[in-house]
Design a protein around this ligand. Structure first.
Ligand code: PHE
Length: 341
């Protein structure tokens, strides 16, 4: 059987020399094909002496199996090499770790809104939502801003192409809507929503922003109720022990009116950059609902009284998280928002 041993050497050398699928196919035809060497060897059995035939047949079978296995192994190796080459050509590094999907989270303003809702709902306030697109009448006139009133100047307005239809400049028109809806029942609601002002966008003012309005209407509601409610609110939202300062102010739809400051949450009132060294931070405007406004909402001011307040959640979020530019909230900057995850 020396011939088989010699052949084995030759066959293996040629197999290694086959470096691509075409060369391998040539090799296969030569050795394992129908008219190939292997079949020739088997055909030789026919002319052998019967005594020798069994031993030769067994040797040939083993030989053929060995050659077949060597072929398959080579075929597999070539396939893998080709795959590697293709991946390398594509520039895909299969050892790179996968990308982690980014998980979303609640926007800091939504979170602040929810915090505000929680505090007021604990005090028995309901949430009432009014429309973003308002009439001049409800946004201004029924709130004591007649046409041409100078206080309109403080709320530069986005008008629409429809006369007297505008984007609300504050949530206060919701007071009228809520009163007309609830009348003659007593009211205790907060009115959250977006407001729009045709203003230069700066670090302190966006042209779209939220407000949360508060409104209570009933018999015997006094300024003391307003103060107590706002003190309780500030202590729950900003932490216990907050001091509030009510400064006399003016809004056409409340009388008397005040702006409310809390003692600076950063320095506690000593004076720092956040409070501009005043020790105080302004957080909202408020007052007793003006008799005209009560009347416009359907409530008789001789029987009913009420208070209202309005705050800016963006401003509150800026104070709570030490953010110094309101524009970050709506710029969708992936370096900013994930800090609130
Ligand atoms: N609407 C007022 C504003 O936009 C805020 C406010 C609301 C003041 C309710 C008093 C009462 O500035």
């Amino acid at each position: 059987m020396d011939d088989l041993n010699q052949l084995q050497e030759q066959i293996k050398l040629e197999l290694i020399a086959a470096r691509d699928p075409e060369a391998l196919e040539q090799w296969r035809i030569k050795y394992l094909g129908r008219k190939g060497l292997m079949n020739n060897l088997f055909r030789g059995l026919g002319s052998m002496l019967v005594e020798d035939r069994a031993a030769r047949g067994k040797a040939l079978n083993q030989f053929r199996q060995m050659v077949q296995e060597a072929f398959e192994e080579r075929q597999q190796a070539l396939k893998e090499a080709q795959l590697q080459a293709e991946l390398a050509a594509e520039g895909v590094d299969v050892t790179l770790p996968g990308r982690r999907p980014q998980l979303g989270h609640i926007h800091p303003i939504s979170r602040t809104l929810r915090d505000i809702y929680r505090v007021f709902s604990n005090m028995g306030f309901q949430i009432y939502t009014a429309r973003d697109v308002e009439t001049d009448e409800v946004n201004f006139q029924l709130l004591n801003f007649p046409k041409g009133h100078p206080a309109r100047e403080m709320q530069d307005t986005f008008h629409t192409t429809v006369p007297d239809i505008l984007l609300r400049t504050h949530t206060s028109p919701g007071q009228i809507r809520a009163m007309r809806d609830y009348h003659p029942e007593p009211i205790r609601v907060i009115l959250p929503g977006k407001c729009y002002r045709y203003e230069q966008v700066t670090a302190r003012s966006e042209m779209m922003f939220y407000q949360v309005e508060g409104l209570a209407v009933g018999r015997h509601i006094t300024f003391a109720d307003l103060k107590g409610t706002l003190v309780a609110f500030a202590n729950q939202l900003f932490g216990e022990g907050r001091k509030l300062r009510f400064r006399c102010s003016h809004f056409p739809f409340t009388e008397p009116s005040a702006e409310v400051d809390i003692d600076c949450i950063s320095c506690g009132g000593k004076g720092c950059r956040l409070c501009k060294y005043t020790g105080w931070l302004e957080i909202l405007g408020c007052g007793m609902v003006h008799p005209n406004v009560l009347r416009n909402g359907g409530y008789d001011p001789d029987i009913y009284s009420g208070y209202a307040f309005g705050m800016g959640p963006e401003r509150i979020a800026m104070l709570l998280h030490n953010v110094d530019d309101i524009r970050y909230f709506y710029a969708n900057d992936a370096r900013f928002l994930p800090q609130f995850a």
